[in-house]
Design a binder for this molecule. Sequence first.
Ligand SMILES: Cc1cc2nc3c(=O)[nH]c(=O)nc-3n(C[C@H](O)[C@H](O)[C@H](O)COP(=O)(O)O)c2cc1C
Length: 212
Amino acid sequence: MEPSNISGEKRIIVGVTGASGAVFARRTLQLLEADARVEKIHLVVSGSGLKLLRDELDIGISKSARVPSALAGHATGKTEYLLDSDIGASIASGSYRLHGMLVIPCTTGCLAQIAAGISSTLIERAADVCLKQGHKLILAVRDAPFNRIHLENMLRAQLAGAVIFPIIPAFYDRPKTLDDLVTQFCCRVLEMLDLEQDRQYRWEGEAKRRKK
Ligand SMILES: Cc1cc2nc3c(=O)[nH]c(=O)nc-3n(C[C@H](O)[C@H](O)[C@H](O)COP(=O)(O)O)c2cc1C
């Protein structure tokens, strides 16, 4: 059997933890859902992540199995929702064919667990598996300011193979709405997963900018 990234149909894990920025999780899921190159999305939301979805997006936690459709805004065909406590899920094993994983938003707590190699939840275990198997792991860390422990954990995770992609949006594309800003950030994240994005703004140099 071919790995999913060779066959061109990618299986991707999206972890959502309890850092502010639920809109980034929502847009990422929507972009992945609409992407024909993506065969399957495994969505795992931590307990604090569920609280975040309720606080920032009014997505109720009582029927958590409906989280994917509530997040994506329509019934989803390819997103499998997994409980963070489901440590026996397929994605907890290195034998599972996977393209990569992103945690968006990623708390400093989740970062710390990953950097320390502690796999007590499914998100942490799946991230650990990505690092040991050499799959791409993107951590969209969000907090401000960062303390020394956060910075050291980012370095530790990066040295182990993770991409530290803090939620720091760009402004040189002159976003007109929050939606523009969020979409551009999520496109950048997905390009790091080798999913080229048509909507990605590309800087063409100052000469072109002046002509506009
Ligand atoms: C309103 C609110 C906002 C928070 N924002 C952040 C944040 O931006 N970054 C962060 O690292 N933690 C943040 N936290 C703290 C985490 O939710 C908390 O540390 C939690 O235990 C993380 O658990 P998890 O990593 O399993 O999701 C926030 C908590 C609350 C209540």
